[in-house]
Structure formats: structure tokens, C-alpha cells
Ligand binder design. Structure first.
Ligand code: MTE
Ligand code: MO
Length: 372
């Protein structure tokens, strides 16, 4: 069993697949705290968790125009200043289950919990690349490719890439993280070193990082080339051509209701509706609108979160709306967020449906009854 060496996990996680391990925290726990506790942080593994000996661990950095580095863990920690960033990671497949209700899609049936937030600590990727002699700018199209220590049966590692400009930008805060919420990285989240690319789809934040390579081409990995891309609703598995769509990087604006849960019977009186909202690319969430009547009337929710630097809103906001509800009422609670570019969420799933079930960010709807 290639998964026999996987670490123990929190029994409260909602498991979507055991081998490889894929799990999300229950929705009501997700917004209990601004930072997600490490043991409740959603886990998205494509392969078995590699067993890494931190004493022999080396990170290789290479590519044309720079010198090759081989960094031990103590070297990574001591040669580069530790930088801390609070960032939300979201899987491209978050809320896929809602898409499957329109028409079945291929992928793990994530509910609304394939998103979590942590305070990450590590070396800036920028500092490591500049130390290796790579420049602030590069003419033409360049990418920074990442490889994990986890390999498929054919020996191919998990891999992904980001554009060079994001990797070296001092404002993009891309980290080679060795800490998560003040602790060393847990094994499920990439021990001993992972990439954290704030504002970008989780798939690019490569865990168990073994190699960073500057390259004129995107990562050749399956997960960069033939997955994590969006398509027209009419494209099916007979007609899909992965070369025609760009790899997902920054994600669209997103929000969801974590409380109450669908089908709940809530007491009459004052109802507290809670949830999260987040947008990609560092775009701050400026407003969350909530409706209790299926979208006919709306009120703006109270937002709570950190005060981010402009264009660097890497973390979600948690929101809450309190409203009186009458005994016996049937409510359709709806939320939708607006980001700093006034991007909004689509009202229904149908027009954004895609065969892989990614980028599912329609208005979130939760039906509840108010008890008598
Ligand atoms: N890195 C490696 N090496 N292997 C993986 O399977 N999964 C990716 C990314 N990095 C993955 C990886 C995907 S799709 C996501 S959404 C995030 O890790 C999830 O990070 P988490 O498990 O820490 O939440
Ligand atoms: Mo993902």
C-alpha cells in the first residue's frame, strides 16, 4: 500500500477520498476562526505523502541565467530573512459538488470547504532567485516551475509553474514556506518546504518542494498542461483540447455561507448568517451581499478581517449578517461577494459549468426553515 506511510489525520475532517487523502473541514468549523487550525486545514493530495528526512533534504534551484543552488533546510532558514504572510489557499475544485448537481463533472465532490487560511512563514522565493543570480526582469515569456517529492507510478513528480514576474515581484509575496501558523509545516501540507503563491489557485502552491527551475516554458506537468483549466459549457471529454485554454492562475471572486447549513431548522427570532469571501490576485473583498428571499432583496453583511495593503489582500474575510426571521418561514439564503475591481459572482452555475468542475463560484444558496 503506497499510502501506508501517510500521517494521522483529524477525525472531524470530511473525507472525499482516503487514498490519496482529500478532505475538508466541516463548514461550521471553517469560519470559527480567521486562521484555520493546521489540523482542520483542507488537504488536497494527488499522491502518497512523501517521507522526507529533514537532515538530508535539499532544495535545488536552477535554470538558464542563474547559478544552480542546492539548499539544506538550515541554509534556507538562515540565509534568507523569514517573511510572514497570511494567505488563503483555495482549490480550483472548491464547490464542485454544486456544479455536479447541474450535470455530472469529473473530480472530487468538494463542498464549500476546499479553502482555508494560514499564516505562512518562510523565505521569499524572490530572495532565493535573486541570490541565485536571476534578475528582476526577463525579456520574453519565462516561468518558474516547481516539482514536489511526490511522484506518480511512472515516476513523474507533482509539478506546476507560475509566471516569472510573479515569482520575483516584491509585492506578490510568494514564499518558500517552512512554517504554518507558527509551527513547522505538517506532513500533509508539504513538510519540510512548500511554495505558497498568494492570490493564485492552490494547485500552484507545490508541497514537498524538491526543485525550483526557471524556464522559458510552463511546467510540463500533467497538472499544469492537462488539468486546472476552464472551458465552455459545451466542451465534453470527446472534444476537449487542453492546449486551447490557459492554466488557471488567479482565481475569481468567491463567497459561501457556512452557517446555517442546508436543510437546517433554525429557531425564530434573530438569525445569524455567517460565511467567508475571498478573491484572487490580491483583490480585496469590498462587500458581501446577503439575501434571505432567494435574491429578491439584499443587505450588506458585516465584514471582519485583516486590513491588507492595496492589491495584496491575500486572506479571506469572514462575514456575518443578523436578521429577524418569522416562525414557519421558508428561507432561501443567498450570498455574493464584490471585489476591489467590482468583479461579482455569477448568479447561477449553468453558464459557468465545465467538464472538470473548476472555478465554481456562483451565488451560494442555502435553504432553511424557521421552526414554529
Ligand atoms: N503539491 C504536491 N507536491 N502535490 C499535490 O498533490 N496538490 C495541490 C497543491 N500542491 C499538491 C501540491 C493542490 S491541487 C492544492 S489545492 C493545494 O496543494 C492544497 O494544499 P493543502 O493540501 O495544503 O490544502
Ligand atoms: Mo487543488
Amino acid at each position: 500500500d503506497p499510502f501506508a506511510g501517510d500521517p494521522p489525520r483529524h477525525p472531524g475532517m470530511r473525507v472525499n477520498s482516503l487514498k490519496p487523502f482529500n478532505a475538508e473541514p466541516p463548514a461550521e468549523l471553517l469560519t470559527e476562526s480567521f486562521l484555520t487550525p493546521n489540523e482542520l486545514f483542507f488537504t488536497r493530495n494527488h499522491l502518497p505523502v512523501p517521507a522526507v528526512d529533514p537532515r538530508s533534504y535539499r532544495l535545488r534551484v536552477e535554470g538558464p541565467g542563474g547559478r544552480a543552488l542546492s539548499l539544506s533546510l538550515p541554509e534556507l532558514r538562515s540565509r534568507f530573512p523569514k517573511h510572514e504572510v497570511t494567505a488563503t489557499l483555495q482549490c480550483a475544485g472548491n464547490r464542485r459538488a454544486e456544479m455536479s448537481r447541474v450535470r455530472p463533472v469529473k473530480g472530487l465532490p468538494w463542498d464549500i470547504g476546499a479553502i482555508s487560511t494560514a499564516r505562512w512563514g518562510g523565505a521569499r522565493l524572490r530572495d532565493v532567485l535573486l541570490h541565485a543570480g536571476f534578475g528582476e526582469r526577463r525579456d520574453g515569456e519565462w516561468h518558474v516551475c516547481f516539482e514536489g517529492l511526490d511522484e506518480d507510478v511512472g515516476g513523474a513528480p507533482y509539478g506546476a509553474s507560475i509566471p516569472y514576474g510573479r515569482a520575483v515581484s516584491p509585492d506578490a509575496d510568494v514564499l518558500l514556506a517552512y512554517e504554518m501558523n507558527g509551527e513547522e509545516l505538517p506532513r500533509d501540507h508539504g513538510f519540510p518546504v512548500r511554495v505558497v503563491v498568494p492570490g493564485v489557485v492552490g494547485a500552484r502552491s507545490v508541497k514537498w518542494l524538491r526543485r525550483v527551475a526557471v524556464s522559458p516554458a510552463e511546467s510540463p506537468s500533467h497538472w499544469q498542461q492537462n488539468d486546472y483549466k476552464g472551458f465552455c459549457p459545451s466542451v465534453d471529454w470527446d472534444t476537449v483540447d487542453y492546449r486551447t485554454a490557459p492554466a488557471i492562475q488567479e482565481l475569481p471572486v468567491q463567497s459561501a455561507i457556512t452557517q446555517p447549513r442546508p436543510g437546517a431548522a433554525v429557531p425564530p427570532g434573530e438569525l445569524a448568517v455567517k460565511g467567508y469571501a475571498w478573491s484572487g490576485g490580491g483583490r480585496r473583498v469590498v462587500r458581501v451581499d446577503v439575501s434571505l428571499d432567494g435574491g429578491r432583496t439584499w443587505r450588506a453583511a458585516e465584514l471582519a478581517g485583516e486590513r491588507p495593503a492595496p492589491g495584496r489582500a491575500w486572506a479571506w474575510v469572514l462575514w456575518e449578517l443578523r436578521a429577524p426571521v418569522a416562525a414557519g418561514a421558508e428561507l432561501e439564503i443567498v450570498c455574493k461577494a464584490v471585489d476591489a475591481s467590482y468583479n461579482v459572482q455569477p448568479d447561477t452555475v449553468g453558464p459557468i459549468w465545465n467538464l472538470r468542475g473548476v472555478l465554481s463560484n456562483a451565488w451560494h444558496r442555502v435553504r432553511v426553515t424557521v421552526a414554529r
